[in-house]
Design a protein around this ligand. Structure first.
Ligand code: AMP
Length: 569
């Protein structure tokens, strides 16, 4: 590994980046910096955000600037205001010890007059979004005749956003004798065409494999009926209580609708799309960056420039039409050596897109299994317990209230108290999920099934290890739900029984209990009635709910008899 000094980076710049903690160059920097420090070289670099590309082009541009000439010498074009500010900020940091070097961000949505004033005062490096720069060129308040270096950052995004004509017009104002650099996350046909038009003998550098989803990203797909997409989204979010992610939607309207629904239902979510004002977008992004917001519902375009590490999940609420957008979306998680998950919630019609994406990223999607209501409740419950264990107690601040609180709660013993605290936090989920129907995961044949763990050929659902799966002849039409099951268990067993997965169906249900408690539980249910109906609980035989398409036992009414005596173990 080379040092920055060996790459030819000057002492002033090294001093600044060392202070920023850049000990060694990142791969893209090692490749690009020495090449750009020489004149006359064009580069096409396929590098995603987070690879260190800003310094890769920024350091040579700063070093090549002649500060004594008060005119624009380098131009960096980028798709969004956020990225523009970020790049300009980084360049200012790198040039902290380069006396007199001026960097100006030029972007829409802010005062054009102050940008004109700054341009008049003299700048060396302009970082611009195409629209505003073209506006300034047309007003003749900026001339690019002295520019010798042009960088197009996130070129694929600029093309996606429809900036092709603006870029053409801008480059027509820059002399031919220039270095042109094009950075893109993906190599599409249009990027190839643009690089042929604007670059000469460009060196092509690929950081990471071409069009590859990040290695640390797991891709999971849930295929459901279109009507179940939102409910599936909620289940996934509920199943990962610590989720910090972006939910990508296809349109502004859908983005707002999903965000509104989530917010109304108490989720820490907000929307980001082009119909919001710049001030609104800034606020949402800031909230999300500092993790005051857990879920950001966004369009692809609005999320550009939002550079956030540590995202646990990307959720594709439907898949984009082009594979590049998917690569971009999923590349926002699994950064900085962390793992991440990119989830796609799709309907049957979108399955073709999955295959196209798999081909492009060279990875297969896992088939996701939608968490059941019971699994979600269990997960949320343990999150409450976990939070309780970890909560910071501000002894001094609460000490004055404690005597009164102790007095008030004196009549409750420890167990009661714990139950109440847990219920206080957990009831929202319990109330919501207790009578919810499970969502059907669709398989390639278009019929119900549960992907990964319910491979129809391999047979039925197996109980979790250490548990036995029981069948009960009550379902949702009997107004039987989680609460009913737990009440029956609590009221009729003498000791605590560990319950695993529960599948509530229309006319019957399954629940899993600790295998050591099987006989105890079977005995407890003997002779019980539910709304006047005899309750029958048996060990489930090797059949799974999806083998009864309408939740209708084959030869309805005979199922119990058929089951009895055919025990699995
Ligand atoms: P970028 O791809 O330019 O957005 O950079 C991604 C992150 O890596 C930013 O937080 C940079 O500050 C950081 N970074 C860039 N180069 C280096 C380096 N050589 N050593 C350590 N961090 C770096």
């Amino acid at each position: 590994m080379k040092t920055f000094e060996e790459l030819g980076v000057s002492a002033e710049i090294r001093r600044a980046i060392e202070e920023m903690g850049y000990a060694y160059p990142m791969p893209v920097q090692e490749e690009v910096i020495p090449y750009l420090l020489e004149d006359g070289h064009d580069v096409v670099a396929l590098a995603q955000t987070g690879t260190g590309k800003t310094a890769a082009f920024g350091l040579p541009l700063i070093q090549k600037t002649d500060v004594s000439q008060h005119c624009p010498q380098s131009l960096i074009l980028c798709p969004t205001r956020e990225l523009c500010l970020q790049i300009a900020g980084d360049l200012n940091d790198y040039s902290k010890y380069v006396d007199g070097l001026k960097v100006l961000p030029v972007y829409g949505g802010s005062s054009i007059e102050s940008q004109i004033r700054a341009l008049k005062a003299g700048v060396h490096i302009i970082v611009a979004t195409p629209g505003r720069l073209l506006d300034l060129m047309e007003r003749k308040t900026v001339s690019l005749a002295t520019v010798r270096n042009v960088v197009m950052d996130e070129a694929d995004e600029m093309l996606n956003m429809g900036f092709t004509e603006d870029i053409n017009a801008i480059l027509a104002g820059v002399p031919q004798e220039r270095n042109t650099l094009l950075f893109s996350a993906t190599m599409s046909d249009e990027i190839s065409r643009i690089s042929k038009n604007y670059l000469h003998d460009a060196k092509e550098i690929t950081i990471g494999r071409r069009n590859e989803g990040t290695a640390n990203v797991k891709h999971v797909v849930y295929v459901v009926h279109a009507k179940d997409k939102y409910e599936t989204l909620k289940r996934i979010v509920d199943f990962y209580p610590k989720i910090y992610g972006i939910i990508f939607c296809r349109t502004k309207k859908e983005t707002q609708e999903i965000a509104d629904r989530l917010m109304q239902e108490g989720y820490n979510a907000d929307s980001l799309h082009g119909d919001l004002s710049q001030a609104q977008r800034d606020l949402v992004m800031q909230k999300f960056r500092i993790r005051n917001l857990q879920l950001l519902v966004a369009t692809d375009v609005a999320a550009r420039g939002l550079d956030v590490d540590n995202l646990t999940h990307i959720i594709n609420y439907g898949l984009p039409d082009d594979t590049e957008s998917y690569t971009h979306r999923s590349g926002r998680t699994g950064r900085a050596g962390k793992t991440g998950t990119s989830i796609a919630i799709i309907n049957m019609k979108e399955r073709g897109k999955v295959r196209a994406i798999e081909k492009a990223i060279g990875k297969e999607f896992e088939k996701g299994e939608i968490p059941t209501a019971w699994q979600i409740c269990k997960k949320q419950l343990f999150k409450v317990i976990d939070d309780l264990e970890k909560v910071k107690v501000n002894e001094t601040e609460i000490s004055e209230f404690m005597p009164e609180i102790y007095r008030k709660l004196d009549w409750l013993d420890k167990e009661d108290l714990i139950k109440r605290m847990v219920s206080h936090e957990f009831n929202r989920f319990f109330e919501y999920y207790r009578d919810k129907e499970e969502i059907e995961t669709l398989t390639d044949s278009g019929k119900g099934g549960e992907g990964k763990s319910r491979d129809r050929k391999k047979g039925p659902r197996q109980a979790e290890e250490g548990y036995v799966r029981l069948h009960i002849n009550l379902g949702k039409i009997d107004h039987f739900g989680l609460r009913g099951l737990m009440e029956m268990l609590n009221d009729n067993t003498r000791r605590r029984v560990d319950v695993g997965r529960v599948d509530l169906m229309k006319k019957f249900s399954f629940f899993e209990v600790d295998e050591k408690e099987t006989e105890h539980v079977l005995k407890a249910f003997r002779g019980l009635t539910w709304n006047g109906r005899k309750v029958v609980v048996e060990i489930a035989q090797e059949e799974s709910p999806e083998e009864f398409p309408d939740d209708q036992p084959k030869g309805s009414g005979r199922r119990s008899r058929k089951r009895s005596g055919r025990r699995r173990r």
